[in-house]
Design a protein. Sequence first.
Length: 526
Amino acid sequence: MAKVTDFIVIGSGVAGLRASVALAESGADVTVLTKDKASESNTEYAQGGVAVVLSDDDTAELHEGDTLVAGAGLCDEAAVEVLVTEGTRYIKQLIDWGTEFDREGSDLIFTQEAAHSRRRILHAHGDSTGKEIVRSLIARAGVEPNINLLPFSATESLIIKDGRCVGVRYLDPILRAPREVFAKAVILCTGGAGQLYQHTTNPPVATGDGMAMAYRVGADMADMEFIQFHPTALSVEGAPRFLLSEAMRGEGGILRNVLGERFMERYDERLELAPRDIVSRSIVAEMRRTGSRFVYLDMTALDGKFLRERFPKIDETCRYFGLDISQQMLPVSPASHYCMGGVRTDLWGRTTVPGLYAAGEVACTGVHGANRLASNSLLEGLVFGARAGEAALENASFQMSGISEPDLAANASGPASQTGIATAVRKRVKRLMWERVGILRDKASLRRAITEFEQIASSGLSTSSANFVMLALLVSRAALWREESRGGHFRSDFPESDPSWRVHSVQKMSEEITGAETVDFDQNRL
Ligand code: SIN
């Protein structure tokens, strides 16, 4: 039998948990669906920290300015203003809720990361900031009796009735069968799609299902071509691409090529703290120049005790792979890390589909523009998660009548899951994305990738594989459309930025890609 609740939140990272608390505080019933255990999300693995204006020498204007510069002319200024001005309040609230950011005595410690003009990054337990935030948010959500969190419940599709999102279909882990749940509104907080690439810092759950589900039911997708590649993922044969936080460079880490030369001065005067896209491309250039598969992150000039205390998780992981961070240089290479684009929303998380909201990495508010400023994503999840919850509450006049015959036409499922095929499809897509839609792209590589993805897509896939290939197509088509280089999108055949491309790509099912001045859109047209 179908379940009915007031609101559905999909995902239990920082955005999902914060949205759930905002909803539950009003007394509403909230069902939170998450496809793994509650704590498994991109948030959990965020190391470096959360950027916030809290130190005496900092201002919202400075944070806003840094965010706009990193965003390479494509941030929506209104969204950035919301982020930096409201962020401080939400971080203070998080501290009140028990989040333990690192302190010296009673004073918060702020670290430095690339493209920040001030030391404004808070961190927790050294390099486990996301984990600490998730811990405290799960504890806060646990205080709300109306939040019903369903782990290991993968959402398969969104249910649309008369053009409105009225619920979801998910796989019940106990019944091992699809089940429907209906609500006044659905908030997508499903995170990003780093797993689209062969090399990624993201956990296995980051497959972008939420983006694909939203696109399938007609939501606009914006800026899908902008993928951030983190410059320093551990590059050890056979090991996962474990993130070596940018904060390591913030604390004085140096990049050297395999010949031992410090090379960033050849590429950017900001050296190791240049924006991530520049550092990643510089590393690729050095790897090509020296015929190597990696460069080194050199922390050996720093005090060993300091490093072990400041980066305990990284120290532990490197030791596991036989590396002492204070004694040895660490092999690193870039890996996909963050999607700047996603489901197009306004400043309150409203998508172009009534009843459907989105917040966090799955969404594109325009706050990150073409390139996200380091450590702005946890802040985004908090601020826009809370706002999406508040907006869903305010607009929840929808009465759940007549939902017994949901219009599932737009949610047609593919054949039952075929695990072996799914694994092979994913492997092939990830490789193609890395080789042809990666850090450097051009018309020929993108066209070849699109042709292959279209062939794979027509070969009768399970729903999850079809979603994965569709996302690959969304990124590739937008990357082919944008004939310039900007932020996380670098076209070798159009290496310069072009002011006439200062627009957002917008993709909608069965329509050509268009350019839009802002990500935000006129709600009256809904
Ligand atoms: C890092 O610690 O380098 C990642 C932080 C982020 O992506 O903002």
